[in-house]
Write a protein that binds this ligand. Sequence first.
Ligand code: TZP
Ligand code: MG
Length: 210
Amino acid sequence: MPIKPQDLRLYLVMGSQDCPHHDPAEVLRAAIAGGITMFQFREKHSVLNLSETVQLGKTLRSLCRSHRIPFLVNDRVDLAMILEADGVHLGQDDLPVPEVRRILPPSSLVGVSARNIAEAKQAMQEGADYLGVGPMFATTSKPDARKPIGPSALAEIRQAIGTFPIVGIGGITCQNGAAVFQAGADGIAVISAITRADSPELSARQLREL
Ligand code: TZP
Ligand code: MG
C-alpha cells in the first residue's frame, strides 16, 4: 500500500533518549491526542539493552496500532520485523532499500533520508516510499547531524522530483515549521519540539495547526 502523503503531516520520531521529562509511552499517548499522523521508534545512544528496547517498542507499537498511526522503526530492520512495524526509515549509511524490501512484508513503508537531489533521486529509483529531508535547522537531538540545509534545499529537491512525498526534519518548531511547508514539504518530522515540551499534547496540537 503506498504511503498517503497526509500521513507525513506531523511525524513524531522518538526513543527513550529523547524523553528526559516524561515516560516515552506517556509522550506518545499525548502526542497522539495532539494529532500526530505517523510515528518512528528511534532508539539511539540510549541506555536500554536490546530486550528493554523490544519491550518499549512493543508498548509504543501497540499504542500506535490502537490509534491507527503508522509505526516505523529507524535503521533496524530486525527490530521492525520483531515489532511487526508498518515499515522502516533508513539513512544513507543503512541497508540498501531493495535488500530491505526483500525481507520485509510486501506492503511495508520504507523512508529514506536525503540531503540533496542526487540522494533523493536515487532513493526514489530504489523504491523508497517517502524522503526525510534535513536537517532543516540546527538540532540538538542528533549529535552527528550534518550542517543544516534549510527549507531552500528542500524547495530545490521538491522542484527536481515533482510530487514525491517529502517530510522535512531537524530543528523544526512551531515558530519555523511553516517555512518547511512553504518550501513544499508534505509534512514535518520532530523530536524535541514534542518530547521536550512541557506539554507534548499541546505542542503537537500547535504543530498540527501549521
Ligand atoms: N535526522 C535529521 S535531524 C534529526 C534526525 C533524526 C533530529 C531531529 O530532532 P529535533 O529535536 O526535531 O531537531
Ligand atoms: Mg539511520
